[in-house]
Write a protein that binds this ligand. Structure first.
Ligand code: 0O2
Length: 209
């Protein structure tokens, strides 16, 4: 158990630090009084039982957990609109406190399950009393609708261990489609609001002059 504590300590440190850093971005957008592409941020260290399950499913030896399991440290950034996701990814690419190792775009290429999200795997340096330790962390960026679907599907997955009854499978697919349409509608509404705002400020400008 102490070995697990030692192993997980830098991951816990990284999750805490990254939560502060990523939440700090939202605060900056608020201060600048512009639309924040980040709605909220969560983070967790993968429970030991899930690490062991994943290792056994993927035949990963226990001495390779740190390089083969990329989401022991996991962060989630939730956005209002699909377009916000691109902006968040760009913000992450421009940072110099970690290195991006891999990006997985499950939005352009949704998973068979119906899962949509953008994953960025980073190599993050943690400062320890024994020097720097670099760890992998996975940042999942998704809209509120994508998050809603993934949260429900994840808890059902826990119950059915991936072996969903046919009717639930169909409903989950339909729910994924509904979440996709909700994102599309919201994007459209957003564009219309922005257009209305532009027209309003143009009218105001011509009155002022
Ligand atoms: P948890 O409980 O969230 O930690 P793989 O796990 O083989 O599909 P890989 O290569 O480990 O994929 O990485 P990938 O594809 O980036 O997915 C890892 C994480 O993405 C998962 O972690 C989930 O959090 C999320 N995810 C991926 N596919 C799905 C899906 O179909 N449904 C839901 N709800 N989430 C998904 P874990 O370890 O599975 O779970």
């Amino acid at each position: 158990m102490e070995q697990w504590d030692d192993f997980l300590a830098p991951y816990k440190q990284a999750v805490e630090e990254l939560k502060v850093k990523l939440k700090g971005l939202r605060v900056q957008f608020e201060r600048a009084q512009v639309h924040s592409p980040i709605e909220f941020v969560t983070g967790r260290v993968k429970p030991i039982s899930s690490i062991l399950d994943k290792a056994s499913q993927k035949n990963i030896p226990l001495d390779k957990l740190d390089t083969e399991i990329q989401d022991i440290a996991g962060l989630r950034m939730m956005c209002q609109f699909v377009d916000d996701i691109k902006q968040v990814v760009e913000l992450l690419r421009n940072r110099n406190d970690f290195e991006i190792i891999e990006e997985r775009d499950y939005i352009s290429h949704q998973k068979n399950s119906g899962y949509r999200s953008y994953h960025v795997v980073i190599c993050y340096p943690v400062q320890t009393i024994n020097g720097e330790k670099k760890i992998l962390a996975e940042i999942q960026i998704r809209t509120l609708a994508m998050n809603f679907w993934a949260t429900i599907e994840h808890s059902l997955n826990y119950k059915y261990k991936g072996d969903f009854p046919k009717d639930i499978q169909i409903r989950l697919k339909r729910a994924a489609e509904a979440a996709f349409l909700l994102d599309e509608e919201m994007s459209q509404i957003r564009l219309e609001i922005q257009e209305a705002q532009r027209l309003f400020s143009r009218k105001k400008d011509s009155k002022d002059h």
